[in-house]
Design a protein around this ligand. Structure first.
Ligand SMILES: [Zn+2]
Length: 271
C-alpha cells in the first residue's frame, strides 16, 4: 500500500513537471486553444486528485504499519507524510482565503475608470468610460460587465467594435476568469516552480486565442483581425499583430453560418 502511495505521489509530480513541457511543445496549441485549455485543466485536475489520493493512502499505509510493527523506521516516514499533509493543508487554506482577492480579467491600472454610460444587454452590462487609451476588458461576476474606453470607440468601425465585444463576451461566457484563478491558485500552491509559471503563462495566452476564435466564428475573422491591426498600430502591441496573423491562417464558417450572440446586436450601434 505504501508503494502504491509513493507511485501515486510520483505520478502527480511527473504530471506537474511533464505536462507544461508536453503541452507547450510545437504549435498545435496556438491553433486549437480551446482543446489545449481543456487538456491543461484536465491534467491539472488529475494531478491534484492523484496527489491527494497518494497522501491519504500514505497516511493509512504508514499508520497500519506502525500498529503491526511498533518502533520501526515507519515512525519517521509517518511523521514526514503527516508534515507533508499538514503543509498541503496550510497551502490550500491560504490559497482559498486569498482566492477571493485575486485579480480577474480586469487590468490593475484601470481601477479608477470613470464610466459615462451603462447599458444593459443580454448577458452583460456594457460600461463605457473615458480614456485616451484604446482598451476593452471583461469583469466576471453575478452581473458581468464589459468595459470599453472612449478611445476604443473612436478608433474602430462598428463591425470591428462588435468583434472586440464578442471577444470580451467569450471571456465571460466560457468562464475564462475561473481558468485564470485556477492557474493563479496553482502558482500560490507551488510558488516559483516552472510548472506553475508555465501553466499561468499558457492559460493567459490560450484564453486570448480561444476568445479570438469564438469572436471570429460569431462576427467574422476579418473584422476581428482588422480591429487587432488597428489596435496594434495604436498601442504598439506586437502580440495583437501576431493574433491578427493567426486568424488569417485558419478556416472560418461562411457569413451565413455565423451566430452573433443576442446581446451583441444592440451593442454594435454604439456610436
Ligand atoms: Zn481578451
Amino acid at each position: 500500500m505504501l508503494l502504491l502511495a509513493l507511485v501515486l505521489l510520483g505520478t502527480a509530480l511527473a504530471l506537474a513537471v511533464l505536462c507544461p513541457r508536453v503541452l507547450t511543445a510545437g504549435r498545435w496549441h496556438l491553433f486549437h486553444p480551446r482543446a489545449a485549455l481543456t487538456v491543461w485543466f484536465g491534467s491539472f485536475g488529475v494531478g491534484i486528485a492523484t496527489a491527494l489520493a497518494g497522501i491519504a493512502l500514505g497516511i493509512v499505509a504508514v499508520e497500519s504499519l506502525r500498529h503491526t510493527i511498533p518502533h520501526t523506521t515507519s515512525v519517521t516516514v509517518s511523521a514526514v507524510i503527516w508534515v507533508a499533509a499538514g503543509i498541503s493543508g496550510v497551502f490550500l487554506v491560504f490559497a482559498f482565503t486569498f482566492a477571493g482577492s485575486l485579480q480577474s480579467l480586469r487590468p490593475a491600472s484601470h481601477s479608477h475608470a470613470v464610466a459615462y454610460a451603462r447599458d444593459e444587454h443580454i448577458g452583460f452590462t456594457l460600461v463605457r468610460f473615458h480614456s485616451e487609451t484604446p482598451e476593452a476588458y471583461a469583469v466576471p461576476g453575478r452581473r458581468p460587465e464589459i468595459f470599453v474606453s472612449s478611445a476604443m470607440e473612436q478608433l474602430l468601425t462598428p463591425p470591428q467594435l462588435q468583434a472586440v465585444l464578442a471577444h470580451e463576451f467569450a471571456h465571460l461566457r466560457h468562464q475564462h476568469g475561473l481558468a485564470i484563478r485556477i492557474a493563479q491558485l496553482n502558482t500560490l500552491v507551488l510558488p516559483g516552480t516552472r510548472a506553475s509559471r508555465a501553466l499561468e503563462r499558457a492559460t493567459r495566452l490560450q484564453i486570448e486565442l480561444a476568445a479570438d476564435d469564438a469572436a471570429a466564428r460569431q462576427v467574422g475573422a476579418a473584422h476581428l483581425a482588422n480591429a487587432l491591426i488597428v489596435l496594434a498600430a495604436a498601442t504598439h502591441d506586437v502580440g495583437m499583430t501576431l493574433r491578427a496573423e493567426r486568424l488569417t491562417r485558419k478556416r472560418w464558417p461562411t457569413p451565413q453560418r455565423r451566430r452573433i450572440p443576442q446581446g451583441l446586436h444592440a451593442a454594435a450601434q454604439l456610436r
